[in-house]
Ligand binder design. Structure first.
Ligand code: C5P
Length: 221
């Protein structure tokens, strides 16, 4: 895309995986690394936007790539919901690239459970759907964008998520192919908007997908 075409825009981006504690040393989590959202933040800065990046736990090597980006650590779904909803009013585009844990332990132990006291079944509860809450609180002119990591067929389930959550666009991402998905530097996707228009982002870097998403959103806005 043309450079600096996002000047004056405020982007709010989430990335990484959340960790839902069982006790102070154990959690339910997932393998997301945060690379996709960091690529989104870097591409947006390159095109002149202001970025706030809300992130789950990141490896030190990735933390070092956040120079110049306003970064907010949000280790759990509850913390991520609070940070995203709190920063939403100032944002033009809100992009939920984070892999939020689907469930969390219904009770969190305040102290480390001895192995002998670990329950043989762990009562779970669903975590709040952050992007659906963001869509409900959408400001006029604001775009709310989700990601859908899929295995098998990717477009129909991603479209269903876009509708169910009230999003403006969704990035449907196969995570069951070589060089695509969690932790990889490479990815590919189908970009879908609420009118059902689709654009392919062929296999390439996460930075390339970020730029293709911004071209797609610029044409939507
Ligand atoms: O997990 P799922 O496939 O439903 O994720 C689709 C989109 O919803 C992603 O953008 C993800 O960040 C978002 N999501 C969320 N809160 C959840 C679960 C998913 O915002 N609790």
């Amino acid at each position: 895309g043309g450079q600096r075409d996002l000047a004056g825009k405020q982007l709010l981006i989430s990335t990484g995986g959340t960790r839902e504690p069982i006790d102070p040393v154990r959690f339910i989590g997932n393998p997301a690394t945060g690379r996709m959202g960091i690529a989104l933040a870097q591409a947006a800065r390159h095109r002149g936007a202001q970025v706030t990046l809300v992130h789950g736990p990141l490896e030190a090597e990735l933390l070092q790539q956040l120079g110049g980006i306003c970064a907010i650590a949000a280790p759990t779904a509850a913390a991520m919901a609070q940070a995203m909803l709190g920063h939403q009013p100032q944002a033009d585009w809100v992009i939920m690239a984070a892999a939020v844990a689907d469930v969390r332990p219904a009770r969190v132990a305040a102290t480390k459970l001895p192995k002998s006291e670990l329950p043989s079944d762990l009562p779970l509860e669903p975590v709040p759907d952050i992007v659906a809450a963001l869509a409900t609180a959408r400001q006029p002119q604001q775009l709310i964008v989700g990601f859908a990591a899929q295995t098998g067929e990717i477009v129909p389930p991603a479209k269903a998520k876009l509708i169910r959550k009230g999003l403006d666009a969704i990035v449907a991402n196969p995570v069951d192919r070589p060089s695509s998905g969690f932790g990889s530097n490479q990815t590919q996707a189908v970009l879908i908007d609420r009118a059902g228009r689709q654009r392919i982002s062929p296999p390439g870097s996460k930075l390339e997908l970020a730029h293709r998403l911004y071209d797609f959103l610029r044409d939507l806005a």
